[in-house]
Design a protein around this ligand. Structure first.
Ligand SMILES: [Zn+2]
Length: 116
């Protein structure tokens, strides 16, 4: 993760042939979709921690254990919107872009950045 020291800009790690967040997210989304459209036992809701549902702005009901019950469509739509935002904020897609950049500062405010 790359962060700005002053503003709230950040980006995901650099992407590689074996790693990018879209790929791993899509695998997770495909599992959720497969369960939702299973004709024998469709799971049309996703159970997640209540604080996550609140933080992500997902509408939800509460189950007996206090977890958030989110409609699968609301869950996927919010996840996809969040991913789109994350991709738009990426400044350096691959490490080479970063290494070749002579101005390694926050693309939003120009401050120093940190990588962890
Ligand atoms: Zn900044």
């Amino acid at each position: 993760m790359i962060h700005c020291a002053k503003c709230d800009w950040s980006q995901d790690n650099f992407w590689t042939e074996n790693y990018n967040t879209i790929k791993s997210q899509v695998e997770g989304w495909n599992e959720i979709i497969a369960k939702a459209i299973d004709e024998k036992s469709p799971q049309r809701n996703v159970i997640i921690d209540r604080s996550v549902a609140v933080q992500k702005g997902m509408p939800f009901d509460i189950d007996r254990k206090g977890n958030a019950v989110v409609d699968v469509r609301d869950f996927l739509a919010k996840e996809i919107e969040s991913m789109a935002k994350q991709v738009r904020h990426m400044h350096w897609l691959i490490e080479k872009d970063y290494l070749d950049d002579e101005n390694k500062t926050c693309p939003v405010c120009g401050s120093a950045i940190t990588i962890d």
